[in-house]
Write a protein that binds this ligand. Structure first.
Ligand code: NAD
Length: 498
């Protein structure tokens, strides 16, 4: 199916501006979009504020109805949107469809949530008083997203923000604007079925990082949810903090697995391959560091290499492909630099080279790499957004946990073991220091029901399930006095006479 056909399905004009969008599958131009200038961004923010003022007055369960209708649109157009994700981002179609399914799942979650925005009732120390906690809509929410999850990350934020009574402004990655426009088109259909949605409730702001910077700086936006590299978060976080805004940061990961002597190696292998080569190693939760106990190293690693040697690499839209392309040439060059460093630091590399160069001279397909490292050297400590798996031996479980936690990032982690003591140690206070910790499951492919995010340089933000919704609302403690007196808290005496 041609790009033009997919775009016309969403009523997107393939050419509406100067910024060219290329498919990583073959490097071909699939569309051109116009970026928003400063004046347009300013106008959109003002419109978002106006939309918020109307939307916050709509009862939350009714707001949930809009998200329910949007979920229906996603169900009806799942295949087309999944294809567009695959075409524009380069992940294989199965993963593109999975990403849209994730959007549907979070919509379902948000619809239920729209009747559960609970606050606590708290015992007051004063007689004849009632104290309670209320949650009110926060305001326009800016969502800045990365190229690798071009649609799901927006929906984790937007579905919650919308039921919480907020308006949303989405600055997608400059590499994936078309999927954002397609999602916006589906949202517009849901909004017209809903009837009286305020104009500009959900908007897209297209541009490079300067567009993101404008949103970060603007005091009219109380919440900025930003997903991307740690570099981006390091720049954006202080800008939002300087105006006392709230940021939800979802940044880089450097995720690991520990394979213990008792591990089910068949399960471990499946998890390693899916999480290390899935999305061509371009997931924030991709497996990058593998610690294998010396008792099973010689059994596991050769099997892993054999699977790697037979991986079907090719066009992401072709059935049977498991490894699609990297996003672009800079990603390929960063991968080659990391492999060069790994070798210089004593690593033994298998794979990692470019492939399908003749068929796709303008695309960047690679053989996923295994780098057997003598230790956790500097290259292992940084996130390289490519399919490189650093493999290390360990002898002692506590040392493996210490090594596991020794990197600056803290997103996802896992252990493969049948030993209850090891599993529990991994999940305990002195175990994994990550936001996500799994037993006998790989580090990637989280469900939407749990809160998603990580610690340290991963930014500390939480999105999606559990009580992540609270970040999109403002908390208010309200106390009501229904007595005939005015007792002061802490028993303070303040006598102003009769
Ligand atoms: P990136 O940091 O280059 O860009 C992400 C977004 O931020 C883009 O929309 C970009 O235009 C914008 N941006 C960049 N600098 C900015 C600034 N100073 N101010 C405001 N906006 C700015 O990231 P990328 O290459 O698109 O994505 C890959 C990275 O994202 C990886 O590090 C990956 O781990 C991370 N990621 C994290 C999560 C998570 O949930 N933790 C999820 C997906 C991706």
């Amino acid at each position: 199916m041609h790009a033009a056909e997919i775009l016309s399905h969403f009523a997107i004009k393939p050419v509406s501006g100067d910024h060219a969008v290329h498919s990583p599958a073959d490097g071909a131009e699939i569309g051109r979009v116009a970026f928003d200038d400063a004046a347009a961004i300013d106008r959109k923010i003002a419109q978002s504020v106006a939309a918020f003022h109307a939307w916050r007055l709509v009862p939350a369960p009714r707001r949930g109805e809009l998200v329910r209708l949007f979920g229906e649109e996603l169900r009806a157009h799942k295949d087309m949107l999944g294809r567009l994700v695959s075409l524009e981002m380069g992940k294989i179609l199965q993963e593109g469809l999975g990403e849209v399914q994730e959007m549907i799942d979070i919509c379902d979650f948000a619809v239920g949530l729209s009747r559960q925005l609970y606050g606590l009732t708290i015992a007051s120390e004063r007689p004849g008083h009632r104290m309670m906690e209320q949650w009110h809509p926060a305001g326009p929410v800016a969502i800045i997203s990365a190229f690798n999850f071009p649609v799901a990350v927006w929906s984790w934020n937007a579905a919650l923000a919308l039921v919480c009574g907020d308006s949303v402004l989405w600055k997608p990655s400059e590499k994936t604007p078309l999927t954002a426009l397609a999602v916006q088109a589906l949202f517009a259909r849901a909004a017209s079925r809903f009837g009286d949605v305020p104009a500009h409730l959900s908007q897209v702001v297209l541009g490079l990082r300067d567009a993101g910077e404008r949103l970060a700086k603007d005091a009219r936006i109380p919440v900025v949810s930003a997903t991307g590299s740690t570099r981006m978060g390091r720049e954006l976080g202080p800008v939002v903090a300087a105006r006392f805004g709230r940021s939800i940061l979802e940044l880089g990961g450097n995720n690991a697995m520990i394979v213990c002597p008792s591990a089910r190696l068949d399960l471990a292998l499946r998890a390693i391959v899916f999480s290390a080569v899935g999305t061509a190693g371009q997931r924030c939760t991709s497996l990058r560091r593998l610690f294998v106990h010396e008792a099973v190293y010689e059994k596991l690693v050769p099997q892993l290499k054999a699977i790697y040697a037979g991986l079907p690499i090719g066009s992401p839209l072709e059935t049977g492909t498991l490894v699609g392309p990297l996003i672009d040439r800079p990603a390929f060059e960063a991968m080659q630099r990391a492999l060069h460093d790994a070798e210089a630091e004593g690593g033994r590399i298998t794979g990692g080279g470019r492939t399908l160069e003749r068929e796709f001279p303008n695309a960047f397909y690679v053989h996923p790499a295994i780098a057997e490292m003598p230790d956790q050297t500097p290259v292992v400590m940084r996130e390289t957004f490519a399919p490189i798996l650093y493999v290390m031996r360990y002898a002692d479980f506590d040392t493996a946990i210490a090594q596991h936690n020794a990197v600056p990032q803290g997103l996802s982690s896992c252990v493969f073991t049948q030993d209850m003591q090891e599993a529990e140690k991994f999940l305990a206070a002195a175990g994994s220091d990550c936001g996500i910790a799994n037993v006998n499951i790989g580090p990637s492919g989280a469900e939407i029901g749990g809160a998603f995010g990580g610690e340290k340089e991963t930014g500390g933000g939480r999105e999606s399930g559990s009580d992540a919704w609270k970040a999109y609302m403002r908390r208010q403690t309200a106390t009501v006095n229904y007595s005939d007196a005015l007792p002061l808290a802490q028993g303070i005496s303040f006598d102003i006479g009769p």
